[in-house]
Design a protein around this ligand. Structure first.
Ligand code: TYD
Length: 223
């Protein structure tokens, strides 16, 4: 496997951070040079942007949110993703451009064209080779997320209702548009998307399906 860019996507609580970590571990065990990263917040500047973007006490206009997500991504591509791919690494990224298309495009604006145009400038041609969409119903995902947040002791004070961040706190209709938006993207970009319905599945089972998707995609690939 040569330089390879794999992204994990999905609604909140779909388990993608866990799966990204398991996938990176497995690829590393195979002797590959792997970089595990995430958005927003994959660089020092990005971590400052993440704090603004997810803080429930911060008021952002829709366009500011679109642009800050894209700014985080532009920095991430320049500083982390591009250099890693140039060094022949396998990059596993927990959320990328499809999160902006789904959340800001479908979720907030009801259309992806503007978000796509802005993000085309941010990604500089660096599109994923494979995008794994972990699908889950928003109700289930948010419930899972709330439970994980309270188990981790995330405070429910400072505006974080039930430990949810600024974006997670949006209403169910928003999260439904995001989820439906992901399905549209998976059809639009069918050549790089693999959709996994995680409903009722154990972490290990999902990890196995993710792994099969990766093997299938890069079988016989000698780049
Ligand atoms: P994430 O780090 O996956 O959440 P958590 O740490 O709670 O697992 O993502 C943070 C939130 O940011 C999530 O609700 C999705 C949102 N987001 C966007 O709205 N647009 C984007 O482009 C990205 C990368 C994330």
């Amino acid at each position: 496997m040569g330089p390879t860019f794999i992204t994990l996507e999905g609604p909140d609580g779909s388990g993608k951070s866990t799966q990204a970590a398991l996938l990176a571990e497995k690829l590393t065990e195979m002797g590959l040079s792997v970089l595990l990263t995430r958005e927003p917040g994959g660089t020092p500047v990005g971590r400052r942007l993440r704090e603004i973007l997810l803080n429930p006490d911060v008021q952002l206009s829709v366009m500011t949110e679109v642009l800050l997500m894209a700014a985080d991504r532009a920095q991430h591509v320049q500083e982390v993703i591009k250099p890693a791919l140039e060094n022949n690494m396998v990059v596993v990224c927990d959320r990328y451009v499809d999160s902006s298309l789904a959340y800001q495009g479908f979720g907030l604006l009801g259309d992806v064209s503007q978000v796509k145009a802005i993000n085309e400038a941010a990604v500089e041609g660096v599109w994923p080779d494979l995008t794994i969409l972990l699908d889950v119903e928003p109700e289930v995902g948010l419930r899972r997320h709330r439970q994980a947040a309270s188990a981790a002791g995330r405070p429910s004070c400072s505006g974080r209702a039930g430990g949810l961040d600024r974006i997670e706190q949006r209403d169910l209709e928003f999260h439904q548009r995001v989820r439906d938006g992901y399905h549209v993207l998976s059809t639009l970009y069918a050549q790089r998307f693999v959709v996994i319905d995680t409903t009722g599945l154990e972490i290990e089972t999902v990890a196995q399906i993710v792994w099969e998707a990766v093997e299938q995609r890069f079988k016989g690939d000698n780049r």
